[in-house]
Design a binder for this molecule. Structure first.
Ligand code: PEP
Length: 252
């Protein structure tokens, strides 16, 4: 049995105003038992971070941002730094989500700077990696995962690798309703863990690797029941408090 604590994270993407975030949390937090096994993260849009952090203060739920810049400050219009997120009460940050890679030009070079910048600011990085559907069809899944993981974690010291969470998010499964099978998810996650183990065996044992891609209240228990899958990053199904609460309870 793994010693790793399950992590269930809600990626709200560009959904929910401040008022909607407050309404969600007002309903969601009482649904979560105090003794749940899983760690729970909510990732709202930037403007709702502070109010979400205030709501979650006396709960087991923590708050994460969906992106950050690697510099502490500077002439970077439209960007937000790790220090600014910490001041808003944020504990973690999603990095390298495929929508940021695809629509906003997020590169592995930038991620190699962002991951250590987050760690230095005591923000837990949740690094997203995953292959596109055509890459899987061509048998390139392991090559893509290796390229992303090695590049994005290149500047993280081995001793800090266990502080990172890796989210295996096959792009073909995100927002499509087409979930990876538990076997597919576990196989890719095993490969990622092996890559970390090759760098540092202790880190390979301790690092949490979660799955994301059309996780729902219906399929969560089957995915989360797998020994190798340390949790879930949930998009669409996290927008409804009852369905997200069901997913959290499935990990407990
Ligand atoms: C995501 O955006 O990280 C995600 C997993 O989305 P969905 O659950 O909607 O596929």
């Amino acid at each position: 049995m793994s010693e790793r604590q399950p992590l269930i994270a809600a990626n709200w993407k560009m959904h929910k105003t401040v008022a909607e975030a407050e309404a969600f949390l007002g309903d969601f937090l009482p649904r979560i038992d105090d003794d749940i096994a899983a760690e729970v993260l909510i990732c709202p849009p930037f403007l709702a971070l502070r109010v979400a952090a205030e709501h979650c203060l006396r709960s087991r739920v923590r708050v994460a941002a969906q992106n950050m810049h690697f510099e502490a400050d500077g002439a970077f219009t439209g960007e937000v730094s790790a220090q600014m997120l910490r001041e808003a009460g944020v504990d973690a940050v999603l990095l390298g989500h495929s929508e940021r890679r695809r629509y906003f030009g997020e590169t592995d070079e930038a991620l190699a700077l962002k991951v250590p910048a987050a760690l230095n600011a005591r923000l837990q990085p949740i690094l997203c990696v995953g292959e596109a559907g055509d890459e899987r069809d061509r048998g390139e899944t392991e090559t893509v995962l290796r390229r992303q993981l090695e590049a994005d974690l290149a500047e993280v010291p081995d001793s800090e690798l266990p502080e990172v969470v890796v989210a295996y998010e096959p792009i073909w499964a995100i927002g499509t309703g087409r979930t990876a099978t538990p076997d597919q998810a576990e196989e890719a996650i095993d490969h990622l863990r092996q890559l970390v183990t090759t760098r540092d065996p202790e880190a390979g044992e301790r690092i949490r690797i979660i799955y994301g891609g059309s996780v729902s209240a219906e399929n969560a228990a089957e995915l989360l029941g797998r020994e190798g899958i340390d949790g879930a990053l949930v998009g669409g199904a996290s927008l409804d408090q009852a369905s997200f609460a069901d997913i959290v309870m499935a990990a407990s």
